[in-house]
Design a protein around this ligand. Structure first.
Ligand code: FES
Ligand SMILES: [Fe+2]
Length: 258
């Protein structure tokens, strides 16, 4: 049996609930999208309610690792074992302790099949640096998702966005129960929902020449002209408001209020 040794420990207090952390850890699909600087691709091998096994390709590599996640049913901890590829046999062991409704402490230990103290220290330092960045990205997503899930006061169903000549695009605005963004595409003004219909990720990135916008959380793509998925997933953006020009001013109005 391979003997593992502790290479490094990363500790963090995360501004998110245990529920958000469980959801995030089980969500293998965000790895190559949210953590694009760390991971190039991720493919599910199998999954159940407490974990997954994925084939993960690190950024700058073309050799996949096979990783297996097992989470405790009560979310008090989880393990990620490298079953194949670079670092085979190493194991990440995480403890998860709730501190407040939206505050959770995590302690991440990295155990590797290595005995040399210098190599262990080097591996541990690299691990801590990588995990700092991963948790920065995860925490930002979890905080934004929590905010997107929270009830919002209902805004008016018609809003004056100002003089067309003075527009600063893209322009975000609230209308009814939704949040939208006004953009210019193909020389026309149009608005699209800022909330991804998958997990409510922010669709505030650049719109490409075909009118497609990519969600930063899982990489799903949508066409803002049709509102439909641009990647064959069959999702739909929330209905956009009608945009009109009245006396030189840009007016957004919900279809139901017209
Ligand atoms: S929230 Fe998952 S792709 Fe947008
Ligand atoms: Fe993550």
């Amino acid at each position: 049996m391979t003997v593992l040794h502790l290479a490094g420990t990363y500790r963090r207090s995360v501004a998110a609930s245990v529920a958000r952390i469980r959801e995030n850890v089980l969500d293998w699909e965000h790895l190559p999208a949210l953590h694009a600087s760390s991971f190039a691709a991720c493919e599910l091998v199998n999954e159940d309610s407490d974990g997954w096994r994925v084939r993960l390709v690190n950024a700058g590599s073309d050799a996949p690792q096979v990783l297996k996640l097992v989470m405790a049913p009560d979310t008090s901890g989880y393990r990620v074992v490298t079953e194949a590829g670079f670092g085979t046999g190493s194991e990440i062991r995480v403890s998860v302790t709730p501190r407040a409704a939206h505050q959770t402490d995590v302690v991440v230990d990295y155990h590797v099949p290595e005995t040399d103290p210098d190599r262990l220290a080097m591996i541990g330092a690299a691990f801590v640096a990588i995990y700092e960045r991963l948790w920065d990205e995860d925490e930002a997503m979890m905080v934004a998702r929590e905010a997107a899930l929270a009830p919002r006061p209902r805004a008016p169903t018609r809003v004056d966005l100002g003089p067309e000549a003075a527009l600063q695009l893209p322009l975000a605005f609230d209308l009814g129960s939704g949040r939208f963004q006004l953009v210019r595409h193909d020389n026309a003004l149009l608005a699209h929902s800022l909330n991804c219909p998958h997990w409510l990720g922010p669709l505030d990135g650049a719109v490409d020449g075909d009118g497609n916008v990519t969600c930063p959380w899982h990489g799903y793509r949508f066409n803002i002209c049709t509102g439909r998925s641009a990647d064959g997933r069959g999702l739909r953006l929330g209905p956009p408001p009608r945009i009109s020009i009245e006396n030189g001013r840009v007016i957004a109005q919900l279809a139901s209020a017209q």
